[in-house]
Design a protein around this ligand. Structure first.
Ligand SMILES: [Zn+2]
Length: 98
């Protein structure tokens, strides 16, 4: 079981869903998320980026361009894991450290 991190409550900038917890992505370290990491909204599966203070904004094209192929795959794998977890009712959001 991957560790779950409590986040400062923050609303998804895409769908306004309140995000309060995060689960480590497929290749991320077990540390809590930090600025520059990515997370996936539990509700709409939008890819979001952590800003300083763990505020969230939607992933921009420049963010994707800054990732390696492996990191992009990791983001997509985490997104797929969130979709899978949603079906299982776990209520967690994944995050990825590039
Ligand atoms: Zn959302």
């Amino acid at each position: 079981m991957r560790p779950v991190h409590v986040l400062p409550p923050s609303n998804c900038p895409v769908c306004d869903w309140l995000l309060v917890r995060s689960q480590v992505g497929t290749t991320a370290s077990p540390d809590p998320p930090r600025a520059g990491d990515f997370t996936i909204c539990w509700h709409c599966t939008a890819v979001l980026k952590f800003l300083p203070g763990l505020a969230l904004r939607e992933m921009q094209p420049a963010d994707w361009e800054g990732l390696t192929t492996a990191e992009r795959r990791d983001v997509e794998a985490t997104r797929a894991a969130v979709r899978q977890a949603r079906r299982g009712g776990q209520g967690l959001a994944g995050w990825v450290r590039p």
